[in-house]
Design a protein around this ligand. Structure first.
Ligand code: UDP
Ligand code: MG
Length: 312
């Protein structure tokens, strides 16, 4: 199998039939073996039954139906786990991405391991979507050190090994280029078309920005300290503990040698607090070290539950 197209779908009944036709139109001329993995992310409309009908007539289509709505990232993860292609392409199922761009991305996978789409002329509302996205892209580029114009674009192409060695959580599919690039994966960006959503409704609003920022903090922390949490918590803990010790020492000398009463002094409180915080932080670092070992050595646990799999 050369090509796997992974498409998460959540209540896209009006888009699925058109999407399927357009996909065939752009994939057949490529003269490559391909499969289309539709991941139904717990839709409550007719999406699944339409997919089932398509699958019954076309063996190149695989339908993964998730038990409930797990979110776009988990739907991608499910698709990745079942994809058999050497190249895996992801895109949205609402026709905002154009299937005819697939050939453009494929061309670049000859030289790169990951090709990310850039919706240069993005057709989304400015204040609700485009402005937060400009800020997010700037922030992600600077924090991760991997400069892309459009982290949020779903239309991406991956070489098989890139995604097979990756676990994604939360809203994290957008950080794959950054994480992959830290592992030495060659990343390219290419301009792609973007359309307005004509049918169905967008599943996201402004609140997504906060989730993305929190995920960015997690990703950055994991990058810098995931294998050495004691290095992160330890130094602060040692400093706090040492400062607390100095304060307590000073107070002790005052009491023992000069006989002054220190019971009511605010400084005493601070000294004790700093010592306790120091011990706590070092303890947290050690706990982190233990967690890291569990995290890396435990079995792989999927972030979704499969209800059924249709396909050849
Ligand atoms: N999607 C999904 N699960 C969700 C939310 C969205 O599988 O919980 C799918 C959705 O059906 C679409 C894609 O992810 O194919 C992008 O969603 P949407 O168009 O709502 O996002 P936007 O384009 O507004 O960022
Ligand atoms: Mg959309």
């Amino acid at each position: 199998m050369t090509l796997s197209i992974v498409i998460p779908l959540y209540n896209e009944e009006e888009n699925v039939p058109i999407l399927y036709e357009k996909l065939k139109e752009s994939l057949n001329p490529l003269k490559k073996e391909y499969e289309i993995l539709f991941v139904d992310d717990g839709s409550t409309d007719r999406t699944l039954s339409i997919l089932e009908e398509i699958q019954s007539k076309d063996n190149r289509v695989v339908v993964l139906s998730l038990r409930r709505n797990f979110g776009q990232t988990a739907a991608f993860a499910a698709g990745f786990d079942f994809a058999r292609g050497d190249i895996v392409i992801t895109m949205d199922g609402d026709l905002q991405n154009d299937p005819s761009d697939i050939s453009k991305l494929l061309e670049l996978t000859k030289d790169y391991d990951l090709v990310s789409g850039w919706r240069k002329k993005r057709k989304d509302p400015f204040f609700r979507r485009r402005l937060p996205s400009i800020l997010a892209n700037w922030l992600i580029s600077n924090v991760t050190g991997v400069k892309l114009h459009d982290y949020g674009c779903s239309l991406k192409a991956y070489r098989r090994d890139v995604i097979k060695n990756l676990k994604i959580y939360g809203e994290m599919h957008r950080f794959i280029p950054a994480v992959a690039s830290w592992y030495g994966v060659r990343v390219a960006e290419v301009e792609v078309a973007h359309r307005q959503r004509l049918k169905g409704r967008s599943k996201y609003g402004i609140s997504r920005t906060i989730k993305v920022v929190l995920d960015l903090i997690t990703v950055k922390f994991l990058q810098s300290f995931s294998t050495k949490p004691i290095q992160f918590f330890g130094p602060v803990g040692v400093m706090s503990g040492f400062l607390g010790f100095l304060i307590s020492l000073y107070l002790s000398i005052d009491k023992i040698f000069f006989g002054r009463n220190i019971g009511g002094r605010p400084l005493l409180l601070l000294g004790v607090l700093l010592i306790i915080v120091g011990i706590q932080l070092i303890g947290m670092g050690l706990l982190g070290e233990m967690l890291v070992r569990v995290y890396h050595e435990s079995q792989r646990k999927p972030t979704y539950v499969i209800k059924k799999i249709l396909g050849p």
